[in-house]
Write a protein that binds this ligand. Structure first.
Ligand code: UTP
Length: 292
């Protein structure tokens, strides 16, 4: 099996109900954090980790995602003619020309596991990243790059995990592990959305995975689980029986932009870090603090 990960899968066909009514006609993956949509942060992270083929598992109502990655020669001409060279570069460099984008429709949102299975014909027999776009991670070394290094060392699937509060386990896939050291451990069990009293730990799987193609056979054999959806977690529970799976306690700050509070936190903190906005935005927030 290749130790180079060339493929990234972005499941973007979910309904985004936690963000209704905003997501009724507009995908949450296109919500901006300062001046870039979430999906662009995701693509940049995957390309930086070596992905050359990007597979978007999407649905009919989200064609605006495809539009974002298409070139727009009319806009480029206008920016060139008006001398807006930096803006021109920002729209031309959204995806490097060496990277291929493939769009696959998930006709019915039957769950994350089903969305990943839809990508099978385009992935082939290769290891691949899965990136959940609404988990935005800020880190020195991008999270997928941290995971790529683990994969190249072990040649096995890798799940990104973080410790969550005990009362949050019912929102995540939760793992039990055997310690390996340096933030890496071997997964010995995984369960989807357990109640705190049933959770094997407080280590939650977040939206980054490296998966071997064996996962596709496991997904094909997976029945509907929690929420009547085909759960990626259930297929990983079967994968563990045949292959080692590792958990990486990644370095970085995660923002769950699929919920309103997480999205607001990301917008504020990315705004505070933005080189053009940092000073004015910091002053504005300090003023708000004084008023309250
Ligand atoms: P979520 O659990 O966040 O679901 O899916 P959601 O539909 O996006 O949002 P809510 O919970 O209704 O607010 C995790 C990821 O899996 C994708 C979503 O797009 C998201 O990136 N997904 C989920 C699919 O692509 N297809 C599905 O059938 C379900």
């Amino acid at each position: 099996m290749s130790l180079k990960i060339r493929v990234a899968v972005f499941p973007v066909a979910g309904r985004g109900t936690r963000f209704l009514p905003a997501t009724k006609a507009f995908p949450k993956e296109m919500f901006p954090i300062v001046d870039k949509p979430l999906i662009q942060y995701a693509v940049e992270e995957a390309v930086a980790a070596g992905a050359e083929k990007l597979i978007f598992v999407t649905c009919a109502s989200k064609s605006v995602i495809e539009d974002h990655f298409d070139s727009d020669s009319e806009l480029e001409r206008e920016l060139r003619e008006s001398g807006k060279i930096e803006l021109l570069a920002s729209v031309k460099e959204i995806v490097p020309s060496t990277v291929a984008c493939i769009y696959i429709q998930q006709e019915i949102p039957l769950g994350l596991g089903h969305a990943v299975l839809c990508a099978r014909p385009a992935v082939g027999d290769e290891p691949f990243f899965v990136h959940l776009v609404d988990d935005l991670i800020y880190s020195q070394t991008p999270c997928l790059e941290q995971m790529r290094r683990c994969y190249e060392y072990h040649g096995s699937s890798v799940l990104a995990v973080e410790a969550v509060l005990a009362d949050q386990t019912a929102d995540y896939g939760i793992i039990a592990t055997e310690e390996e050291g340096l933030g890496l451990s071997r997964v010995i069990s995984i369960v989807e959305k357990p109640n705190p009293e049933d959770a094997p730990s407080n280590l939650a799987v977040v939206g980054r995975y490296v998966l071997t193609p064996t996962i596709f056979d496991k997904l094909s054999a997976t029945d509907r689980g929690v929420n009547n959806e085909i759960q990626l977690t259930d297929a990983i529970a079967n994968l563990i029986v045949d292959e080692p799976v590792y958990a990486l306690l990644f370095e970085g700050l995660r923002y769950d932009c699929g919920n309103k509070l997480g999205y607001l936190k990301a917008s504020i903190e990315y705004g505070l870090r933005h080189p053009d906005l940092s000073e004015a935005f910091t002053a504005y927030l300090a003023g708000l603090n004084k008023e309250s």
